[in-house]
Design a protein around this ligand. Structure first.
Ligand code: PHE
Length: 538
């Protein structure tokens, strides 16, 4: 149009369109929603109990302060400054680091497959609680009546309808939430879900504290065994728990931070998330052990003599056994399983959002299309793998490899790419300081690098142990296919996906906030960011 030639100025540099949280509270609740999950309810109490009881709080707190919070800040800084799902954000961190992001995406994809299965069991148990269907023989009910467990170390194709029906229901709910988008789906789920979850859990814990024997349970959990502090495995367990519990190194916090607005305080909300998660963990520990104290009291044994204090058996055998004995058990049971479903759903949505966001960024898909694609594919795989009579064994194996090796590798490569290879450490530190009320300081970067060294040790230690000792008594072929196979899958995704062409123009990008606001010296970040050309000419 030649009518107003003087107005035809070149368009200002545009920022890519990205969904946004409606505010800081929405972000905090979503991040807490991701962090608070099965790890808090069934993993933490068992870990604490096995690793020194009350004394475990020392390595746990040290791990939170030296690794949890620093890595949480790192992910928030990467996600916010480079605004993208892990592959996009990491590509902007360093042009050869896109694969690190895909590693995160692949881990999230795998976790989504089996996390949903556990939620499906919890959903079934919510309904079983009304009639206390598991009352007579909780262990037999779980393994034979419900899961119809086949032989360990085999892969069965006979499906279990009782598991598949709730599994399909969980996937349907998850797909709808993701397809509604960040605002109407993920955000609303957490704004409503997290307060409800905390309130429900408080009711459960207060009830548990009034059971006979509750004090014995708390004694078992909190009596410190200081000798445990000399054992390196106890420290490794504490670091592992912090990573899992805060959802670190899965790319979730990168993704969630990428939806924050330009002027967003990063560190203070990070602390709220970290301490909020640990508070819930402590609350869950108290509730679980008070209840175990009651069961031990009933059976006339010590808490330490009870079987199934950790993992799935805690929630699906030991807890039902307790509930069946307790006055008002049906109500209490329904509340417990409802909170398990809710806590898990907010975590599940966060892992799948990472996969969906990555496909949106790479392929230019709309949120709804990506959600349906990711959710649909995952649902089918999840049903084939975990809806059968051998689902529990597969879950156990895949979980062990993806969590013990996968995420440790995800964390090491992320730190290596951002701080060592990309030399973004100071830039990210200034970024945090420029937008946040609470400045991280120099010690932050040192901690981040030190954590990476510790993780390298953990990775080698675990890999060697798994290779030599195997796991869980499963046959070697089974572990090679499903355990090491999981690792091969993760590695293939990380290596191959970067070769796929970006279907969206990601070049018109300026890191947030502006260089002036940051007071950056002229040399920082120029090489990788401002002159960055995704078509490989730079
Ligand atoms: N943080 C979650 C929990 O405590 C676990 C989780 C980790 C969920 C990673 C999703 C992804 O249960």
């Amino acid at each position: 149009m030649a009518e107003h030639p003087t107005e035809a100025a070149p368009p200002p540099p545009t920022h890519e369109k990205r969904e946004h949280w409606s505010g800081q509270t929405a972000f905090i609740l979503a991040a807490i929603g991701s962090a608070v999950g099965l790890g808090n309810i069934w993993r933490f109490p068992g870990q604490a109990y096995e690793h020194g009881g009350g004394a475990f709080m020392i390595p746990y707190l040290v791990a939170l302060l030296t690794a949890g919070i620093p890595i949480l800040f790192l992910e928030h800084a990467i996600g916010h400054r480079f605004r993208g799902s892990p592959p996009l954000a990491m590509k902007r961190v360093h042009r050869h680091a896109e694969g690190v992001g895909w590693l995160h995406v692949a881990i999230c994809f795998v976790i989504g497959l089996y996390y949903t299965a556990i939620l499906a069991w919890a959903l079934s148990y919510f309904f079983f609680s009304f009639s206390l269907a598991y009352k007579d023989d909780p262990a037999g009910f779980f393994t034979s009546d419900y899961l119809q467990l086949g032989e360990a170390g085999t892969f069965s194709t006979s499906f279990v309808p009782k598991v598949i029906i709730p599994l399909v229901a969980m996937w349907a709910v998850t797909i709808v939430i993701l397809a509604l988008g960040l605002h109407k789906g993920v955000e609303r789920l957490n704004i409503v879900g997290i307060p409800v979850l905390v309130a429900t859990f408080l009711v459960i814990v207060v009830r548990a504290l009034f059971l006979d024997g509750a004090a014995d349970g708390l004694d078992a959990l909190f009596t410190p065994d200081f000798a445990a502090l000399k054992d390196p495995q106890v420290w490794i367990a504490a670091y592992g728990q912090i990573f899992f519990s805060l959802s670190l190194a899965y790319g979730i916090m990168i993704t969630y931070a990428s939806y924050r607005r330009r002027r967003s305080n990063l560190t203070a909300p990070g602390l709220v998330v970290a301490f909020g998660n640990s508070s819930f963990e402590l609350l869950a520990g108290i509730g679980v052990f008070a209840t175990l104290g009651f069961l031990a009291h009933r059976e006339g044994v010590g808490v330490g003599e009870l079987d199934g204090i950790a993992g799935p058996f805690l929630s699906f055998v030991t807890f039902p056994a307790t509930i069946a004995e307790m006055p008002g058990g049906a109500f209490f049971g329904a509340l417990f399983f409802a909170s398990l479903v809710l806590a898990g759903l907010t975590s599940l949505v966060s892992v799948l959002q990472v996969v969906s966001a990555a496909l949106q960024d790479k392929l230019g898909l709309k949120p709804r299309t990506a959600a349906v694609l990711v959710g649909g594919t995952s649902a089918v795989l999840s049903i084939v793998g975990f809806g059968t009579t051998t689902g529990l064994y597969l879950l156990d194996t895949v979980d062990n490899w993806s969590n013990q090796l996968g995420i440790v590798a995800g964390a090491i490569t992320m730190i290596a790419a951002a701080v060592w290879l990309g030399r973004r450490g100071h830039e990210l530190e200034r970024h945090l300081a420029a937008v946040s009320t609470l400045r991280p300081g120099r010690a932050w970067l040192w901690l981040v690098s030190a954590v990476a060294l510790l993780l390298i040790y953990m990775f080698v230690d675990k890999a060697v142990t798994l290779a030599i000792d195997g796991y869980g008594g499963y046959p070697t072929w089974y572990l090679v296919v499903f355990g090491w196979g999981t690792v091969v899958f993760l590695a293939l995704v990380a290596f191959l996906m970067p070769f796929l062409k970006w279907r969206r123009d990601i070049s018109r990008f300026h890191p947030w906030p502006s260089r002036e606001q940051l007071n950056l010296p002229a040399d920082v970040g120029e090489r990788h960011t401002e002159d960055y050309d995704p078509r490989g000419r730079s």
